[in-house]
Design a protein around this ligand. Structure first.
Ligand code: FAD
Length: 330
């Protein structure tokens, strides 16, 4: 195992922040995982996939374990089992091409399979938790593998047990229950419009449509560096909804199917505060979608952090709502 020192991560994070880490290793297989030093503290490690959900604010004093993209997908006991290094979208393609349904709405999400349970990725009314049966983790302190059930992963909206960082775990494989007769979820507006009630699209058709919608809305990180939605959509109670609606009648409110819990749109809140397209130097928010923090060129991690904090403060002042970052900040 080759350990690189003072390794540059600019090309390994989609916000394209120029920064270095202390130590860096590449992981291509389970054997590579098993060769990791066992004495690295949890706070000194960073597991890195495609870097599409990270804001690196400065050089990091960490041992970076970079899972390299490599596709490995099999079917075991009727479950689709994928290695952490598989590109998420490759997995979606692999499954819809075999007419296995369940993750077609998650087509086009950047990143690797290993990161998908970490924040319970979701889009267009579907989350990975809906089909995930188990997550296998490698414990680099003990050298043992362990399987967590869906329940043990404690999934909620863009959250899971993995976000607590209290176990020395690297996600190595996942098992998904994907079937030829899985129900479609076409509840999201644009999908509903595209596929009328009397026409049942294939999983491939849904995935293709999702890709089309995403490409028309989201900036390609290779052209305009970004990390997708920077903040989560806030969950608020009925009292807060009422209070805000007195002054802002058109605030979008969505049901969460939980008692006294509603979701509002972080993009809308940011837009009301003037952040859509707002730019200072090379740090700014995308001009077609206020939720996406972008690096127009040479923004540093500190510039991007400052911009995100400014936006957060503005929303707090105007709406008394505390935005929570979806992106991990280091
Ligand atoms: C244009 C764009 C659109 C996006 N759209 C969506 C969307 O629709 N829905 C959505 O949910 N997300 C979206 N994202 C966010 C991102 O793509 C996902 O969070 C993705 O799962 C991150 O994968 P990654 O490999 O890049 O992870 P990284 O950014 O490398 O890592 C993210 C976190 O996961 C941890 N991690 C990564 N791999 C492992 C592992 N093997 N074991 C343990 N921990 C690990 C890392 O330590 C880090 O904390 C979008 C991002 C972009 C840039």
């Amino acid at each position: 195992m080759k350990i690189h020192r003072n390794y540059n991560l600019k090309h390994l994070n989609t916000l394209s922040v120029d920064c270095c880490c202390d130590q860096y290793v590449e992981i291509n297989s389970l054997a590579d995982l098993e060769a990791l030093p066992t004495d690295i503290k949890i706070t000194e490690m960073l597991v890195l996939g495609s870097g599409s959900n990270l804001l690196l604010t400065q050089d990091i004093n960490r041992f970076v374990v970079h899972i390299k993209p490599r596709r490995h997908i099999t079917i075991v006991d009727n479950l689709v089992v994928a290695w952490a290094g598989t590109e998420w979208n490759d997995l979606v393609n692999w499954t819809v091409d075999r007419n296995l349904g369940g993750i077609e709405n998650l087509a086009g999400i950047p990143g690797l399979v290993g990161a998908a349970p970490f924040q319970n990725i979701g889009a267009y009314g579907t989350e990975i938790k809906d089909v995930l049966v188990w997550v296998e983790v490698y414990n680099w302190h003990t050298g043992l593998y362990h399987r967590l059930s869906n329940e043990e992963c404690m999934f909620t909206y863009r959250h899971s047990v993995f976000k607590y960082h209290d176990q020395p775990w690297i996600i190595s494989r996942i098992g998904l229950d994907l079937r030829p007769n899985s129900p479609l979820n076409l509840s999201y507006g644009n999908l509903q419009e595209k596929f009328s009630n009397d026409f049942k699209p294939s999983y491939r058709q849904v995935a293709d449509e999702v890709l089309k919608i995403r490409n028309s809305k989201l900036p390609d990180p290779n052209r305009l560096p970004n990390a997708g939605s920077f903040f989560k959509n806030p969950i608020i109670n009925a009292q807060i909804v009422k209070r805000i609606q007195r002054r802002f009648k058109d605030i979008p409110i969505f049901d969460t199917n939980k008692a006294n819990e509603f979701k509002t749109s972080a993009a809308w809140l940011l837009e009301q505060c003037g952040f859509k397209g707002h730019r200072e130097g090379d740090a700014g928010f995308y001009d077609k979608h206020a939720l996406i923090l972008v690096n127009h060129g040479d923004a540093t991690g500190a510039d991007l952090l400052r911009m995100s904090k400014m936006a957060k403060r503005a929303v707090k002042n105007k709406f008394s709502i505390e935005l929570e970052e979806e992106v991990r900040i280091l």
